[in-house]
Design a protein around this ligand. Structure first.
Ligand code: SF4
Length: 170
């Protein structure tokens, strides 16, 4: 059923969750300028179709697991960074997902390189793209207290998050 309908409807298997930006924009619920607006005509610059045609290379399996028919977890496999300390380096950008793109439109920015840079740098510094855009905490990496409050218990996980905090703090 998914194989039959998705190509004619959302196209998640080709556009990943970037397909959702178009729907959100059409329905006036795309975050724009810190939620001031729900739609913007510049959204056409970041249409899911643009990601499908020129960003996602589709060379490798793109699902969470081999049997997923949608395989919506896309990637930009060869992107040359334009900014920051890794400028000029060719990297693989995981996604971006709709939430990452929407975090950038919420900053009033509607261009694909900015979305890719934001996605890659957040991943590189172990930052959550949504939390980073909202500025919940200075480096967006949760404290031990927050993790405990959320019910995390695994000691190894706490060590990983601690290492990420230290890395971001330099
Ligand atoms: S299992 Fe993963 S790849 Fe498949 S639809 Fe869900 S999020 Fe997408």
């Amino acid at each position: 059923m998914l194989r039959e309908h998705d190509p004619k409807e959302l196209r998640l298997s080709k556009q990943g969750t970037t397909a959702l930006s178009d729907i959100m924009n059409t329905n006036n619920i795309l975050p724009v300028n810190n939620y001031k607006f729900g739609t913007d005509e510049r959204e056409k610059r970041i249409f899911g179709k643009v990601f499908e045609d020129s960003i996602f290379e589709q060379k490798y399996p793109d699902g969470c697991f081999a049997g997923c028919n949608l395989a919506c977890t896309k990637a930009c496999e060869n992107y040359q960074l334009l900014t920051g300390p890794f400028k000029g380096k060719t990297v693989a950008v995981d996604g971006p997902e709709y939430e990452t793109a929407a975090a950038v439109t919420n900053l009033g920015i509607f261009d694909i390189p900015s979305i890719l840079e934001y996605a890659w740098y957040c991943d590189e510094y172990a930052m959550d793209t949504v939390y980073a855009a909202k500025g919940y905490v200075s480096n967006s990496i949760p404290t031990d207290e927050t993790l405990q409050r959320l019910g995390f218990e695994d000691k190894e996980f706490f060590q990983i998050v601690k290492a990420a905090r230290q890395r971001v703090a330099g």
